[in-house]
Design a protein around this ligand. Sequence first.
Ligand SMILES: [Zn+2]
Length: 422
Amino acid sequence: MRTRIFNVRLWDAERAVPTQGNVVIYEGHIVAVGDGGSGQPDDGAAQVDGGGATLMPGLVDAHGHLSFPVPGSPRGSDNQPPEETVLATVLNARAMLDAGFTGVIGAGSPKMRAELVVRNEIEAGNFPGPRILASTPTLTVTGGLNDNREMHQDIAPPAIIVDGVDACRRAVRMGFREGVDVVKINISGDDFFPRPAGRTTTMSEAEVAAIAETAHALGLLITCHTRSAEAVKYAVRHGAHIINHADFADEEALNLLEAARDRLFVAPTIGFLRLTQEEGPRFLGQKMVDRMRLDDCMAHNIRVHQALRRRGIRHVIGGDYGVKWMPAGTQARDIALFVEHYGYTPTGALACATRNGALAMRAAHGQDDTPDGLIRVGARADLILVDGDPTRDVAVLQRREAITGVMCRGIFHRNPQPAVHG
Ligand SMILES: [Zn+2]
């Protein structure tokens, strides 16, 4: 059955402004795009009146944590049992889709199988949710970020500890065997925790190389936690697909990123810094927020990502949403922050959230020629209807009620408000 959406204004990364048009969907893909008001009638198709809304590609969170505890949970992500972790993943996936996110790239699942089993059920049509690229738990070294063990305790960290190249290869192969799409690695520390600090590079280049070589051979996407300059360099040199944070990148790191800009994506995760500054004191206490030196990290982050924007880097949005003060489904805040802090135009920031995210989802297979994330024949039909013009006001995407329709895989998860005529 074909679905024809008419009475909409079309926007994607290749259009400066939304223009009147209509779109026909068949078997999960866009099969026709028409200009003008009602366009060619298509008698066999279900007719969906978009009510004059903007029809645009769905949003992609390229650094997702679908398994973080849901709002109101007494648990932290470090001590959430497997059962709650799977439930949280189901609930967060639905919240993301409701908010207009049709794609999520995992950036470390606390349990190896949590994201991938939910991905499988969503793909089978048993739960509503976005497309998910399921991640391994974070691979980190002893004493690295997410190794929260203490000598006197016998606890399992929300990460896989990989010391030495053999352990690195084994962890990647285990993820592949269980069915993940993404390998997440922590190469540097993070000022969010007392140690190791963000400027400290904890994983060796030989370990990064072993992980990358194995992941490339198995066709897995590699996403890296990199705050220090050296961590960025290791990640770029070894062919990582998504570089996260990069706050303390130096000139050499910026040059490496620029030289590799056609094969990688960068998630600046500005939302995490800004929202932790704003909301952190209420949730974590002022003392802890002061210790994180967010002002310092934010100043470096803005300088680096303004420079990367000018150098033509493909930025993507998302990053650590799902923590208590920035719940799943609020990731569109990043789009406004890209405009405010990095000097993006509204359409430039929207392109990061749509086209770049869709390309990042294909990155492991180098499918740069896909029309995904665009309103073009052949693209995956992952689309949202927005009551308003996001190119004039990107903040409209943060209002749940302004997202009047969400289509993923060619099926409306949330029907547009005007009646659907059969
Ligand atoms: Zn993260």
